[in-house]
Design a protein around this ligand. Structure first.
Ligand code: C6P
Length: 407
């Protein structure tokens, strides 16, 4: 572990909290991450010194706010290796970004007989928009199946991605299985048949160094709140030509070039997609978050998170009566599990009494739960502020749960 990683926990005030008289162990970063003082301070500074609307007025505060907002766009663009800041569209989060692509690009370009390809491990945000697009256009939704260990069946991907495929939508990292998907490889398959590649980066961008050009994505969606930034802000990155051919979804203030009584024309990308007053503070906070993560180093964070995910998977797999899901390695920094005979919600409740915060449920992945043949799972997810001692607390909480339910 690098020195920066070893000392970063002190940057997160909430992690000093006690829960039910025990030191908090936060293992729910896949749902939302905690925020460092650097991000909290950026939000405070903005509201205390520069709060104004952006791209509208010319007074000093408004110009400061606009410079901060556009500065955040530049920081995010650098963070993901975009070729220009204008390719970064601020949205409310991954869900909104994917819906923008579905409504603004796919509905416009797809017709009956076309095919959309996705996988059964997708979050509902990267499934339902495509179901609806297919229903509206007459296109067909197809799936790349999974291998028994929860990895993608690439051989079958080569069969399902074919001449009728217009769009492939895939998550880079699964929020349940911890599977690391071979995005660049699937993107090559998609491009070979002239399809666009949409990547759900909700779980990957916070943890992995992202280089959109090498990834081969046409669109990438992610959320600020899972990467040390505020809630309510996220990003749709798109190749400029794709964004230019995409229709806006939100009509109103600041997304226009010219409006008459009867008609209107659109502003250039990205303003075309940012109708209404945006989440200015959120964007500024996200800018501070990507600076914070970059200073620690995304390669080091990825290595650290993967190490914890793989270690946790191995340690939990050894416990009698515990089922773990997804591949053993390589895997990302989370592990979904079940304790025999105990409902995952009860598991989470006992964990909470021990000060250990995890998530339980279907994780917005009901088709994946059907594939796993379970109703729900518990899930522990790690981030830069976790370490091996947190896995010890996780294992202790499992033992405590077993004692409680199986005395
Ligand atoms: N997954 C989880 O606990 P939003 O809610 O828009 O910020 O992100 C949606 C989303 C999309 N794709 C993936 C792969 C995700 O993991 C998520 C969010 C959280 O797993 C909350 S359901």
């Amino acid at each position: 572990m690098t020195a920066a990683l070893m000392t970063c926990k002190k940057d997160f005030p909430i992690l000093q909290r006690q829960v039910h008289g025990k030191p908090l162990v936060y293992l729910d970063s896949a749902a939302t991450s905690q925020k460092p003082v650097q991000v909290l301070e950026a939000l405070r500074q903005y509201y205390e010194h520069s709060n104004a609307n952006v791209h509208r007025s010319v007074h000093t505060l408004a110009e400061e706010a606009t410079a901060l907002y556009e500065g955040a766009r530049q920081k995010v663009a650098r963070f993901i290796g975009a070729s220009q800041p204008e390719e970064v569209v601020f949205t409310r989060g991954t869900t909104e970004a994917l819906n923008f692509v579905a409504r603004g690009w796919a509905e416009k370009h797809l017709k009956a007989g076309d095919e959309v390809v996705t996988s059964p491990m997708e979050h509902h945000s990267n499934l339902i928009p495509w179901q609806v697009v297919c229903r509206r256009t007459g296109a067909r939704l197809r799936f790349i199946e999974l291998n028994p260990d929860g990895t993608l069946n690439l051989e079958q991907a080569g069969e399902v991605i074919g001449p009728r495929t217009r769009l492939v939508a895939l998550s880079a990292l699964s929020n349940v299985l911890g599977t690391i998907n071979p995005i660049a490889e699937v993107a090559r398959m998609a491009h070979a048949v002239g399809a666009v590649m949409v990547v759900d980066g909700a779980q990957s961008v916070p943890h992995q160094l992202t280089r959109v050009m090498e990834m081969g994505a046409d669109f990438l969606a992610f959320s600020g709140h899972k990467m040390c930034g505020p809630t309510g802000i996220g990003v749709l990155w798109g190749k400029m030509e794709r964004l230019e051919e995409m229709d806006p979804i939100l009509y109103g203030g600041e997304m226009i070039a010219y409006v008459s009584r009867d008609t209107a024309t659109w502003a250039a990308v990205p303003a075309k997609f940012e109708g209404g007053t945006p989440h200015i503070a959120g964007a500024i906070g996200l800018g501070a978050a990507v600076e914070y993560l970059s200073a620690i180093g995304m390669e080091a964070i990825w290595e650290h998170d993967r190490y914890l995910g793989e270690l946790a998977w191995r340690r939990l797999a050894e416990i009698p009566g515990v089922a773990v899901y997804g591949p053993s390695a390589p895997r990302s920094g989370l592990v979904a599990f079940n304790i025999e005979g105990v409902h995952p919600h009860d598991v989470a409740q006992v964990f909470d009494s021990q000060g250990v915060a995890i998530r339980a449920g279907h994780h917005c992945c009901q088709p994946l739960m059907q594939w796993l043949e379970v109703g729900a799972t518990a899930r522990a997810s790690f981030y830069l502020y976790n370490d091996e001692s947190d896995i010890d607390r996780l294992v202790e909480a499992i033992e405590a749960t077993k004692r409680y339910f199986q005395p």
